[in-house]
Design a protein around this ligand. Structure first.
Ligand SMILES: [Zn+2]
Ligand SMILES: [Zn+2]
Length: 190
């Protein structure tokens, strides 16, 4: 009987934890009026900077090396990208290549993990998929030799609900760009 009570009690504790976790997620928009990534004084270890792109070391490293690459232009997250952003994404890719060449030229591509956390998407009505992006300013994660548990839970390439590789994000933006320019061409003919 005591064993049964213990099982019930621990199940209740786990359920309570799950409910609390779900309730704590951002189901509705939490507006960030001041963007921490638009204020460049917030970056401590900048590894690259030009007029369009900034790269800096992430505060918590998920691997041997871990950079965040951001466009200077404010874009909320990957969901907000259109065909117009192809150049912006290309510049991020260029900086990624440059950093990898500069800091770890001999490392195998298989140990490089890069991509974006998914952003704000509608779920039902006024509810959105819970926001897992802590700072609402597009940032590309580039991680070298990622710790396995970080790759499993925090930067999960296997979970499209949470993560998109930079290659895929680029492909989608290029497709949107193609569509937009072909519909523009049609418009001109009409
Ligand atoms: Zn911003
Ligand atoms: Zn992120």
């Amino acid at each position: 009987m005591e064993k049964f009570c213990n099982i019930v009690r621990s199940t209740a504790t786990i359920l309570r934890k799950i409910v609390r976790y779900l309730a704590g997620l951002e189901w509705t928009e939490k507006k960030q009026d001041v963007c921490r990534f638009c204020d460049h004084q917030n970056f401590q270890k900048i590894v690259y900077q030009d007029d369009h792109t900034i790269a800096f070391e992430n505060a918590r490293l998920a691997g041997q090396l871990h950079w965040l690459l951001i466009p200077v232009e404010h874009v909320r997250d990957v969901e907000a990208l259109t065909g117009e952003h192809v150049h912006l994404l290309e510049r991020l890719e260029d900086v990624k290549t440059l950093l990898l060449e500069r800091y770890c030229p001999d490392v195998s591509p298989s140990v490089i993990h890069s991509g974006y956390h998914r952003g704000r998407r509608p779920l039902v009505g006024s509810l959105f998929w819970p926001d897992i992006v802590s700072i609402h300013h597009l940032h590309l994660h580039v991680i070298v030799e990622t710790q396995w548990y970080m790759k499993l839970f925090k930067y999960p390439a296997w979970l499209p609900l949470m993560w998109k590789s930079d290659e895929q994000v680029m492909r989608e933006a290029q497709m949107k760009h193609k569509k937009a320019s072909s519909s523009q061409a049609n418009f001109k003919i009409d």
